[in-house]
Each structure stands twice: as structure tokens, then as C-alpha cells.
Design a protein around this ligand. Structure first.
Ligand code: B12
Ligand code: SF4
Ligand code: SF4
Length: 403
């Protein structure tokens, strides 16, 4: 404890909450800013197990993220807000990728920052001094844990915070303050016996105990800068940035519907469902447009790589010329390597001829390794089905295998 004092007045907390709602928060609750030892311990376990190995998290980060004084020395309270972001998804179209609803609008960090800054200014005005610091996503702060402590919602088995009436497709943001605001109590709600998110997750990233192996999560896989592990590529389907499957299937989120804040509508129809061949060629002016959205911060190379994987999963021979062009001419070895994989998956005579030609011309050892793997008979989905005809059949006790 950082000192025991008389209870802060509840009317100040009520005024702060009213201000937060007026500034655009759909839900707001207050947590004490005491350090959270249980969260620090959970994070240490998660990081030690390698759950977040693609991020530079360590014990130092766990200690920092579980103590709000890292964000603002002398912090006494955290005003935790939620803003819903899910707007209606475009209908699926062949040849087009899927983008998570969190990423297709203008970069949400800027939108959330504007809301949080406005709330902070109102709190500062109430206090008559600068008493706030805002955080959203990028600060070392265990946002979900403090939102749960505030009773803003509960942490689901998909690890996202679920807000009553809004579901889990909400952005979280915090105004950390040195004002002693009266805290709210955590909820007593839980997921109960529901396990729908675990069932829909294509990569089995969720363990069911509120933890995730983030190295298997499609959201993580589409954001990493290095090669996507080959075994996981087929599971990405046509996701080219993020993944909404566990959130969309979550009953409280489904009940809430896609009633996201209008500021999170897609920047354009193309951004919400990019043409995969166009994404594979993303450079120049088009790349600058994408950079302004939530899927732009890693740059165009990662997006071209993701397009190659999605095309490999579409299994359409019509995509072979675009993939051949990428394998031949893309300046990034990362993109050339994944284009090789996609050609191997399609496995048509033209795709294999392109791969053989690349083997003669390609100098990069990583790309050569991809090309060699893509030329192996098992790389092609058609060859795979021929060798093991039952492998992709869906079996259930009532419908015996057709093989
Ligand atoms: C790194 C990161 C990721 C990584 C790792 C995600 C993860 N689950 O850890 C990746 C890239 C995979 C990711 C994906 C997504 N992310 Co993200 N991400 C973050 C970030 C920057 C840090 C999270 C972190 O510290 N992880 C480390 C783990 C160990 O900590 P934790 O998530 O707090 O984990 C807690 C639980 O595991 C819990 N816990 C563990 N055991 C137990 C046991 C019990 C009983 C209970 C109750 C809890 C519990 O305690 C842990 C400590 O608090 C936060 C912003 C932030 N600063 O917090 C956004 C954030 C979590 N992401 C967000 C979003 C929107 C997403 C996506 C939905 C985007 C998308 N559609 O693709 C997906 C969701 C995937 C998923 N199922 O989690 C939002 C979540 C909003 C919400 N409603 O919860 C955040 C809060 C950003 C924001 N400000 O809005 N993300
Ligand atoms: S975001 Fe997708 S891949 Fe990640 S845990 Fe949820 S369903 Fe699984
Ligand atoms: S799908 Fe079910 S188990 Fe998963 S987070 Fe939602 S309510 Fe909880």
C-alpha cells in the first residue's frame, strides 16, 4: 500500500466518469493504482514459458506493467475506459484478404489518444492542475488487468476484456492520475463453462485458462517481421492483418453486434478487404495510404508477405503469374520466400516450373531453402491429398470417413 487516507469523495469520481462519457467513452470505471502483484506473477510465468517470444517482454516489463507509477509517478487511480470498434465486416470475396476490424480504420492509437486527451484535460480542469497521463496499447501497462480490477469487464478465455453490453471488441484506454478517486469493485462475472473461443481458434493458441500462446495467434503471426513458421501458414487462411475469430464468436460480443464507434469505420472498402494480388505488389503511394491505418505500422514488406501466404491458401492457379513475379522480382527475401511457399502449395506445372527456375537464379540462402521445401512433393496441397486422401476429410462418429 502507498499510504492509508480518508476515502476520496464519490462525487469527484462521478464527475470524472460523466466527463469521460461526454468525451466518447462508452464505458468507464475507476481502479486504484496500487501495484498488482498477481498480474506481475502471471506475466512472469507467461514470458518465461515463451508465450510472447515474438515481443521483447521480460521480468522487467512484467514489473513495470503491473505498477501504474511507471506511467505516472505518484499515481493514485486509473480511469479505465472502453470504446467499441467493430463496424460491419465486408462480405467475403474470393481473391480478397481479411483484415481485423481493429485495423481497417484510421490508426486507432490516434483516435483513442484524442478521446483520452480530452478526458484528461477535463480531469486536470476539475483538479485545477496537471494530474494525469494517458495510456493506450503502447505504454507498459497491463491494461486488461487494471480494467478488470476496475470492474470495467472480465477477462475472457480468449484473454480479451469483455464489457457487459459491449462485448470484447472494445479498445481499452487509461487516464492514470495522482487524484485520489474512489475505486469501483471488480465484477463477479466469468465465462462459466463456455469454451467457444477455444473451438474456433484455428491455431489452438488459446489454452482455456485465460492464457494464450501468442506465437501461434494469427494476430501475432501477421504482425511479426520474420518468416511465419511454415507449419502455421495454412492455418492463417486469408487473414492478412489481425484476426477476429475468437472475439466474433464470443456470445457477449455477438449479442452486442458490430455497433462500433463511427470513427472506426474502414478507411476504404479496399482496406477492409484488400485484393490479394494488389497487396502482393504494395509499394509507393498505395503503401503510404495503408500506413495511416491500424495495419500500416509494420510497413509494406510484412503486408506483401501476408498476401503471399493468403494466396497460397486460396489455391487458385490464376494467382501463379502474380506469385511468380513476386518470387522473381520482389526486393525483399521475406516476400520471395513466402511467394515460393505459395507456389509450392498451388503445385501446378507452371508453379513448379517457376520454382525450378528460381532455384537456378536465386542467391539468398533463406529464399533458396524455401524454394527447395516448396519443390518437395508434400508441399503441394494436391499432392498431399493424393498421398493421404483422408487427411483433410472432416470426420465425426455419425458420418464415417468417406475414404
Ligand atoms: C502484445 C499484445 C498483443 C499480442 C499478445 C496478446 C495477448 N493476449 O497477450 C497479440 C499480437 C497476439 C495481440 C493480439 C490482439 N490484440 Co493486443 N495487445 C497487446 C498489448 C500491447 C500487450 C498485452 C500483454 O501485455 N500481453 C502479455 C500478457 C501476459 O498480459 P495480458 O494480456 O495482460 O494477460 C493477462 C491474462 O493472461 C491474465 N491472466 C492470466 N492468467 C489468468 C487467470 C485468470 C483466472 C484470469 C482472470 C486472468 C488471467 O492476466 C494477464 C496479466 O494481466 C496490449 C496493450 C497493453 N499494453 O496491455 C494489446 C491489447 C491487449 N490488444 C488488444 C486487441 C484489440 C487485440 C486483438 C483483438 C487484435 C486483433 N483483432 O487482431 C488481438 C486479440 C488476440 C487475443 N486473443 O489476445 C486490446 C484488447 C482489448 C480488450 N477488449 O481486451 C489491447 C488491450 C489494446 C488496447 N489498448 O485496446 N495483442
Ligand atoms: S485472434 Fe484468432 S488466432 Fe488469435 S487466439 Fe483469437 S481466434 Fe486464435
Ligand atoms: S467465447 Fe465463451 S469462453 Fe470464450 S471468452 Fe467468450 S464467453 Fe468466454
Amino acid at each position: 500500500m502507498r499510504g492509508v487516507e480518508a476515502s476520496p469523495p464519490s462525487d469527484l469520481a462521478a464527475a470524472v466518469k460523466a466527463a469521460a462519457r461526454e468525451c466518447g467513452a462508452a464505458a468507464v470505471r475507476i481502479a486504484s493504482a496500487e501495484p498488482d502483484a498477481a498480474t506481475a506473477a502471471r506475466m512472469r510465468v507467461a514470458f518465461g514459458r515463451g508465450d510472447h517470444a515474438t515481443w521483447s517482454y521480460d521480468a522487467g516489463y512484467a514489473a513495470a506493467a503491473s505498477d501504474p507509477a511507471t506511467v505516472l509517478p505518484g499515481a493514485r487511480a486509473i480511469v479505465c475506459v472502453a470504446v467499441p470498434y467493430a463496424t460491419p465486416a465486408p462480405p467475403p470475396r474470393r481473391g480478397h484478404g481479411r483484415v481485423s476490424a481493429y485495423a481497417w480504420s484510421n490508426d486507432y492509437h490516434k483516435t483513442m489518444r484524442a478521446t483520452l486527451d480530452a478526458i484528461a484535460a477535463r480531469i486536470d480542469a476539475l483538479a485545477g492542475a496537471r494530474v494525469t497521463k494517458v495510456a493506450c496499447d503502447t505504454a507498459p501497462l497491463a491494461e486488461r488487468a487494471f480494467a478488470e480490477r476496475a470492474g470495467l469487464g472480465w477477462i475472457g478465455k480468449h484473454t480479451s476484456l469483455i464489457v457487459k453490453g459491449l462485448g470484447s471488441t472494445v479498445f481499452l484506454g487509461e487516464i492514470v492520475t495522482t487524484l485520489p478517486l474512489r475505486p469501483d469493485a471488480p465484477l463477479r462475472t466469468s465465462c462459466g463453462s463456455c469454451a467457444i473461443c477455444l473451438e474456433v481458434c484455428p491455431t489452438r493458441a488459446l489454452r482455456g485458462d485465460h492464457t494464450i500462446d501468442a506465437t501461434r495467434c494469427i494476430s501475432d503471426l501477421t504482425q511479426r517481421r520474420d518468416p511465419i513458421p511454415r507449419a502455421l501458414r495454412p492455418l492463417l487462411g486469408n487473414w492478412v492483418w489481425g484476426c477476429d475469430l475468437c472475439n466474433d464468436a464470443c456470445p457477449p460480443t455477438r449479442l452486442a453486434g458490430p455497433g462500433g464507434d463511427a470513427r472506426f469505420r474502414p478507411r476504404s472498402a479496399e482496406l477492409a478487404a484488400p485484393g490479394l494480388q494488389a497487396l502482393l505488389r504494395l509499394k509507393g503511394g498505395a503503401a503510404r495510404q495503408v500506413r495511416r491505418s491500424g495495419m500500416g505500422w509494420r510497413g509494406p514488406v510484412v503486408l506483401r508477405r501476408n498476401a503471399a501466404v493468403a494466396l497460397g491458401n486460396e489455391l487458385d492457379r490464376a494467382d501463379v503469374p502474380a506469385l511468380a513475379e513476386a518470387l522473381d522480382a520482389d526486393p525483399s527475401p521475406l516476400v520471395r520466400g513466402h511467394a515460393a511457399w505459395a507456389l509450392g502449395r498451388i503445385g501446378s506445372p507452371r508453379a513448379r516450373a517457376t520454382l525450378r527456375a528460381a532455384l537456378a537464379a536465386e542467391a539468398d540462402p533463406g529464399v533458396r531453402e524455401e524454394v527447395i521445401a516448396a519443390l518437395e512433393p508434400s508441399a503441394s496441397l494436391r499432392a498431399f491429398q493424393t498421398e493421404t486422401p483422408c487427411a483433410t476429410a472432416v470426420r465425426s462418429p455419425s458420418s464415417p470417413s468417406p475414404c
